[in-house]
Design a protein around this ligand. Structure first.
Ligand code: 5GP
Ligand code: ZN
Length: 139
């Protein structure tokens, strides 16, 4: 994907501050962080959607993301971290090269997810669980 900014970052055509790299993934500091240390973990292969990333690569993204989260906590003296992945514009994805956000968090960092809490009508939970479970095909 010649026009993709994250592919350009992987190729070194756009500068980035690297945190980690292996044969499958590249991790670098987000240019506009929620908190300092906010890192993006991306697959080296171009995938617009996280849902097309082969499992061994997606698994590596989450393993590396978790390890970076732990390192950020320890080295930046933070209290926790969020792993956040937006799949699709409806979910808030802006850059169309799938990426995992690793956001270091402090108890008093002043950032709050705008999380709403709906209530299920009678029977809807069971209906959803049956449909989704029926769709899953895991080894
Ligand atoms: P999204 O909103 O798609 O989940 O996240 C895209 C992220 O990429 C944003 O947090 C944004 O700050 C970051 N970003 C966009 N362009 C660049 C760039 O050129 N360099 C870096 N380091 N981060 C970028
Ligand atoms: Zn790309």
């Amino acid at each position: 994907m010649s026009e993709c900014i994250f592919c350009k970052i992987i190729k070194g055509e756009i500068p980035s501050v690297k945190i980690y790299e292996d044969e499958l993934v590249y991790a670098f500091l987000d240019i506009s962080p929620i908190n300092f240390g906010h890192t993006l973990v991306i697959p080296k292969e171009h995938h617009e959607s996280a849902s097309t990333i082969p499992e061994h690569i997606a698994g590596r993204m989450f393993r590396v993301g978790s390890r970076i989260g732990i390192a950020l906590k320890r080295e930046l003296d933070m209290d926790g971290y969020n792993l956040h992945l937006a799949d699709g514009q409806a979910a808030g994805q802006v850059v169309m090269h799938a990426h995992l956000h690793v956001v270091p968090r402090g108890v008093e960092d002043g950032f709050h997810w705008n999380w709403r809490q709906l209530s299920y009508p009678e029977g809807r939970m069971a209906e959803i669980a049956e449909k989704v479970a029926g769709r899953l095909k895991l080894d």
